[in-house]
Write a new protein. Structure first.
Length: 481
């Protein structure tokens, strides 16, 4: 059963209970009041009838003796005189014997005797033959005689009024239940509509529609739940997108790595087969051996870069020490291959940074090698290694005036094995993993590579890290090491 149905049934049940209780209370109060007023009026009437009967008895005898036949005759005479008044009475002697009775025959004798034992001013309701009777008892004031006047008054009209009121209330309650039930259904549907939206959204998200949101705009607990759900859905969507990107990146990495290994291995296998086929051809042997050496060296550099990348994932891999910028820049220049051009121009600012010296130098070296490859074949191209202060940060920049990078390739240049010009990179010994390694080294230091480039103008790579203030520095003043 749906929650909206349960809520509707609950509201209808509460409404029916409230209407029933109100009906019983109001009808009961009305009936009690009507019965009380009727009883009071009938008690006053019986009091008058008692005095009238006593007067007839006293008129029937001159002595102080009240014989039974005199009492019975007086009671009959009174009954005949008041026959049109609709009253019925009985005269009892000593609470056990009936001298006269004009009561309805349907009244049980046990009820009459019970009424006599109740005493003066007591009353009793009795139902007989489908009618309701009010039994009232009054003792007659006769010397030496215990006689009681028992009257039975038909009060069925009071009960009929009560029953009519109950029927009217039931009809009104039924109409109110129909209206209230319809209102309860509409109310429950409106209240549970946000829950239905939550259910629909969760089912769609479970089916893979991670962009689905509830969009419930209320200020109650359901609205808060909806906002939490939407936030959770957004987080799930972000995680799924991130996972998808990671998975795609891994697949691209594996495909590129396989290609980077397979291509030189295929060529090396071909040259090795050629060397076996022409063992006496010195020129062929030299050419094949040179190519095999070149490709083997490239594979060795590739494996070394991959090991460096994996090493950055290990916790505690960094050994951070205060280093002066001039020392880092000069060590980078000295690490470049002998004879590589153009030789970078170094500009330092006398800053101290907290970095892993070997990794930071390796990063600057890879950036410089990329800059040298970009400058190949371009007359007058230059490279600058610079360090300067900017807004409390120490900013390292590697700038070249080489071929530049096309704008379409800029977002992907830090992906592993991505090469803007594959043939040129391989000819220069590149593997397409250098910038990826640089980005990981910068990230391990809490920094980020920012690359700006204009094709045929040049490229600038920027990395910013916090400066170590003089009060925080430890002795490390060797700018030449």
């Amino acid at each position: 059963m749906k929650f909206a149905t349960k809520l509707s049934l609950g509201c209808i049940a509460l409404l029916s209970c409230a209407l029933g209780a109100a009906g019983l209370l109001l009808t009961g109060q009305s009936f009690s009041g009507s019965l009380a007023s009727t009883r009071t009026a009938l008690q006053a009437q019986q009091e008058k009838e008692k005095y009238a009967l006593e007067r007839i008895i006293f008129q029937a005898t001159d002595s102080a003796q009240f014989e039974n036949y005199i009492l019975a005759s007086a009671a009959q005479q009174y009954a005949e005189q008041t026959a049109d008044a609709g009253s019925s009475m009985a005269l009892w002697l000593d609470g056990a014997y009936t001298l006269y009775s004009g009561l309805p025959a349907a009244l049980p004798r046990t009820a009459l005797k019970q009424a006599l034992t109740n005493g003066e001013n007591a009353w009793q309701l009795t139902r007989a033959a489908g009618r309701w009777y009010l039994l009232l008892t009054q003792p007659l004031d006769l010397p030496g005689v215990r006689a009681d006047m028992l009257c039975a008054y038909d009060v069925s009209a009071v009960f009929a009024t009560r029953d009519a009121q109950l029927r009217a209330w039931l009809a009104a309650s039924a109409a109110l239940l129909v209206l209230g039930g319809g209102a309860a259904v509409l109310f429950s549907r409106r209240v549970t509509r946000p829950l239905t939206a939550l259910q629909t959204a969760s089912e769609k998200i479970a089916d893979g529609e991670y962009t689905q949101r509830t969009q419930v705009k209320t200020d109650d607990e359901i609205g808060a739940l909806s906002r939490s759900f939407d936030a959770m859905a957004a987080a799930v969507e972000g995680k799924i997108n991130e996972l998808s990107k990671t998975t795609q990146s891994q697949q691209d990495f594996i495909a590129a790595f396989t290609h980077e290994v397979k291509t030189p291995m295929t060529a090396m296998l071909g040259y090795a087969d050629l060397m076996r086929a022409r063992p006496d051809d010195t020129e062929t042997q030299r050419e094949a051996a040179g190519y095999i050496y070149h490709e083997t060296q490239r594979l060795e550099n590739l494996s070394r870069s991959l090991l460096a990348l994996m090493g950055l994932d290990q916790a505690g891999a960094l050994e951070l020490v205060p280093c002066q910028d001039a020392g880092l820049l000069l060590q980078t220049v000295r690490s470049l291959p002998q004879g590589s051009t153009p030789v970078p121009r170094v500009i330092s600012a006398g800053c101290v940074v907290q970095v892993d010296r070997s990794l930071w130098v390796d990063m600057l070296r890879n950036l410089t090698l990329n800059a040298q490859r970009a400058c190949q074949g371009i007359e007058g191209a230059a490279i600058t290694l610079r360090c300067e202060r900017r807004a409390g940060q120490v900013v390292f920049t590697v700038t070249d005036t080489g071929c530049g990078i096309p704008a379409a390739d800029l977002p992907r240049v830090t992906e592993a094995f991505y090469m803007v010009d594959k043939s040129r990179s391989r000819a220069a010994g590149g593997s397409g993993i250098g910038l990826a390694l640089c980005a990981r080294i910068a990230g391990a230091h809490g920094a980020k590579l920012e690359i700006t480039s204009t094709e045929h103008v040049g490229t600038t790579v920027t990395i910013a890290v916090p400066e170590v203030l003089p009060s925080e520095r430890e002795a490390d003043n060797d700018t030449q090491s």
